[in-house]
Design a protein around this ligand. Structure first.
Ligand SMILES: Nc1ncnc2c1ncn2[C@@H]1O[C@H](COP(=O)(O)OP(=O)(O)O)[C@@H](O)[C@H]1O
Ligand SMILES: [Mg+2]
Length: 277
C-alpha cells in the first residue's frame, strides 16, 4: 500500500483541524527535553496522515501561577486567536481525547532544510544593534562579560510580538520559533498564556514603546469586534479559558488600540525568559 500523503501545513488549516480532531492517534515517542509530557504522534483520517504533538492534560507539570489542568486549553485558545488575526502564526491545534486522556494536538512543523532562513536571535558586542536588529537587553555571557542580546527586525516577529501581547504570553523563548515549509515562521508552546495578570515575558521587546504598524492596528480592531459579547470567537474562547480571562483579553486588545504602541515591560515580572533559547 502506498504511504498516505502528508498534509502540507500552509493554507490548509481547515483540513488539518479536521485531521487532528477526528484522526486516529498513534504515539511514536516522547520528546525528552520538554517540561510537560509531549508525545510525538501520527494522526490518520480518511487516507490522510500527518505528524503531530499530543500533550495530555494528565502530563502537565503543575505551576504556581496557572490553575492545574488548563495548559492544553490555553494552547488551543492561542491557536484560535492566531487564526482570528489572519497571521497564521500558530500551527493548527485542537483539544481532543487521546490514549492518555484529553489533551492538545498540534500539527508537527517539519523544518525546511532548503529555506535560507536568516538568524532571528544573536549576541553581539557593543551597546547599539546594527541595522536590521533590535535590542532585547544585556546578558551575562560568563567570565564577567556581558553582551547585547538582539533579535531580527523582522516583520513576522513583529506580528508575533503583537500576538504575544494579546495572549499575554509568559514564555516566548527562541526555541519556540520554528521555520516550516517555504521558510514560514511558526510559534509553538502556548501553555502559559491568557493569565488575568500581566505576565508578558518574551524576547521580542525590540519594538517596545514604538507605534504599532498599521496592519497590527487593523488586526487589533478586528479582534476587538470579534471579542464582543456573543461573537463566535468570544464564545469559542469561553469554552477554553475563564470568563475573567476572556474579559482580560478584551481589555488587553482595547489597551493596545488605545495606546497605539507596542507594550513595554511592566517591571513587576522578569521580562525576559531565561535561558532565552
Ligand atoms: N508543533 C510542533 N512542531 C514541531 N516541533 C514541536 C512542536 N511542538 C513541540 N515541538 C518540539 O517539542 C519541544 C517541546 O515542546 P514544548 O511545546 O516546548 O513543550 P512544553 O509544553 O513541555 O514546554 C519543542 O521545543 C520542539 O522542539
Ligand atoms: Mg517548552
Amino acid at each position: 500500500m502506498p504511504a498516505p500523503e502528508r498534509i502540507p501545513p500552509r493554507g490548509v488549516s481547515a483540513g488539518a483541524v479536521e485531521l487532528l480532531t477526528h484522526g486516529e492517534l498513534t504515539v511514536r515517542g516522547q520528546i525528552r527535553e520538554a517540561s510537560n509530557a509531549v508525545l510525538l504522534c501520527t494522526v490518520a483520517y480518511e487516507g490522510e496522515q500527518a505528524d503531530c504533538v499530543y500533550k495530555p492534560v494528565a502530563g502537565e507539570r503543575p505551576l504556581w501561577d496557572f490553575p492545574d489542568g488548563t495548559l492544553a486549553q490555553r494552547e488551543v485558545a492561542a491557536y484560535e486567536v492566531s487564526e482570528a488575526t489572519g497571521w497564521g502564526l500558530v500551527p493548527p491545534t485542537v483539544l481532543r481525547d487521546g490514549p492518555y486522556g484529553e489533551g492538545m494536538c498540534q500539527l508537527w512543523i517539519e523544518g525546511d532544510a532548503d529555506a535560507a532562513e536568516p538568524e532571528l536571535l544573536a549576541l553581539v558586542d557593543g551597546e547599539t544593534p546594527e541595522d536590521g536588529w533590535k535590542a532585547i537587553g544585556f546578558a551575562e555571557v560568563g567570565e564577567g562579560r556581558t553582551a547585547l542580546l538582539v533579535h531580527a527586525d523582522d516583520a513576522r516577529l513583529r506580528r508575533l510580538a503583537v500576538l504575544d501581547a494579546v495572549i499575554n504570553n509568559a514564555d516566548r523563548k527562541g526555541g519556540h520559533l520554528l521555520t516550516g515549509p517555504g521558510g514560514r515562521l511558526y510559534a509553538i508552546d502556548h501553555g502559559v498564556t491568557f493569565n488575568v495578570e500581566d505576565k508578558l515575558r518574551t524576547l521580542l521587546w525590540g519594538w517596545a514603546g514604538e507605534p504599532l504598524p498599521g496592519e497590527a492596528v487593523a488586526v487589533l480592531s478586528r479582534l476587538d469586534e470579534g471579542l464582543g459579547e456573543g461573537c463566535a470567537l468570544a464564545e469559542q474562547l469561553g469554552s477554553l479559558i475563564t470568563s475573567a480571562e476572556v474579559e482580560a483579553l478584551r481589555e488587553r486588545v482595547a489597551g493596545l488600540l488605545a495606546s497605539g504602541v507596542h507594550p513595554k515591560p511592566s517591571g513587576e515580572w522578569p521580562a525576559i525568559p531565561w535561558p532565552p533559547v
